[in-house]
Design a protein around this ligand. Structure first.
Ligand code: ASP
Ligand code: MG
Length: 416
């Protein structure tokens, strides 16, 4: 017998019919003797609908009130799931975040979990109940409901699993695991049986949308074994088989020793590149350029500063494409006013492609293999950045899919 946390995404909770299937699956785990805590998302589309209502009232609603409304979708889900369990003869109880309580800070719409009180939940579990807790939300020190940001139910589930010291956190979703790359781009993409936590963290931050990045951070900090698996299978499939399906985020790097150098290829289509030309090469310049960008809450990713010629250098960096116009506006004001550089030029049609793998630590030649592959396809690399376990390149958006396919093949990722 083990304590297991299940998380179900919006698609899995998408209709009362699907909720009944979730109940069957949960009951199966409980019948096998496990203690089960379930953390569902709102029914698919519901959070968008609620936020849409708020925006019909006003363009920029107060964040506290926005959380008040956005959090209600999950409250509907937990009650329906609890009823569905009652309907098949199971004892279950549902809680909103504040009832547990899950304590957060007061950063409405992007709150962070501070602590989770496990006393009530444990008591219920010990008396044989299935406990269902709203994802995505908690309560701050003053009793205000706060949400964890879009996709936050993943983080709720892993945090609850960590607080309860669960044996495993199972994230049931509409894909059947984590793939070597997006199967919509490369049809030969293969599901990974395991991926290390660090690789998953890179992939989540590089644009793979399978898990909210903070849930991966939680899994890493608390070493919580977390599995991504499909909720679209037969809910009554054999438990053994289900328990080994999907992709396990692991902490055992040794199990990867025999694996290929590269685990996956991540990409982000929607990047933009900005170059401030001919800036004076003196202390403080990087800060003067990027400070106002950060103050405008724009995330900067890759950065390059060239060797200076005659005391001048070009300074290039990337931002999310959606922030490009705002970043240009900010720079046109601040740089022109304070730095006296040359032109500011940009390109909002660039994409980032990254190869990721802990195997890079013990293998040489990954970068040269990557660059050779791109060169054979005639793809120009505009920027490069690296970490211990990833290499990213910025390229023209036109060539993104070609690059991903060529790299997938070059690193033999289609082979198990
Ligand atoms: N319902 C929330 C959202 O749509 C949280 C979640 O689904 O994880 O973002
Ligand atoms: Mg999600």
């Amino acid at each position: 017998m083990a304590l297991i946390v299940h998380k179900y995404g919006g698609t899995s909770m998408g209709s009362t019919e699907r909720i009944k299937n979730v109940a069957k699956r949960v009951a199966k785990w409980h019948d096998a003797g496990h203690q089960v805590v379930v953390v569902p998302s709102a029914m698919s589309g519901e959070t968008n609908r609620l936020i849409g209502l708020a925006r019909e009232i006003m363009e920029q609603p107060d964040p506290r009130e926005l959380d008040m409304i956005a959090s209600t979708g999950e409250q509907v889900s937990v009650a329906l799931l609890s009823m569905a369990l009652h309907g098949i003869g199971k004892e279950a109880v549902s809680y909103a975040g504040w009832q547990v309580p899950i304590i957060t800070d007061s950063a409405f719409t992007k709150a962070r979990i501070r602590s989770i009180d496990d006393a009530k939940v444990r008591k219920d579990l010990d008396s044989g109940r299935i406990v269902i807790i709203t994802g995505f939300q908690g309560v701050d020190g003053e009793g205000n409901i706060a949400t964890l940001g879009r996709g936050g139910s993943d983080t709720s589930a892993v945090a609850i699993a960590a607080a309860l010291k669960a044996a495993e956190c199972l994230i049931y979703t509409d894909v059947d695991g984590v793939y070597t790359t997006d199967p919509r781009v490369v049809s030969e993409a293969r599901r990974l049986k395991t991926v290390t936590f660090e690789e998953m963290l890179e992939m989540a931050s590089l644009g793979s949308k399978v898990l909210q990045i903070r849930s991966v951070e939680f899994a890493g900090n608390y070493r919580m074994p977390t599995r991504v698996l499909s909720s679209l299978t037969d809910p009554l499939m054999p438990l053994e088989e289900e328990a080994n399906s999907g992709t396990l985020i692991s902490f055992e790097e040794d199990t990867h020793m025999e694996q290929a150098t590269i685990t996956g290829i991540a990409f982000n289509r929607d990047e933009a590149k900005i170059t401030v030309m001919a800036v004076p090469d003196r202390p403080g310049i990087a800060y003067q350029i990027l400070g106002p960008v950060a103050d405008a809450n724009i995330e900067v990713d890759m950065i390059i500063q060239n060797q200076s010629v005659d005391g001048k250098t070009d300074f290039t960096f990337t931002v999310p494409r959606g922030e490009y116009v705002k970043a240009m506006e900010v720079l046109n004001e601040s740089v022109k006013a304070h730095i006296g550089s040359g032109n500011i030029v940009g390109d909002a049609k660039v994409s980032k492609v990254s190869v990721v793998g802990v195997g890079m630590r013990s293998h040489v030649g990954v970068a040269s293999q990557m660059f050779r592959t791109l060169s054979e396809e005639g793809i120009n690399i505009q920027m490069i950045s690296t970490s211990e376990i990833k290499i990213s390149v910025l390229i023209d958006e036109k060539y993104m899919e070609l690059a991903v396919r060529a790299l997938h093949k070059a690193f033999g990722l289609e082979k198990a």
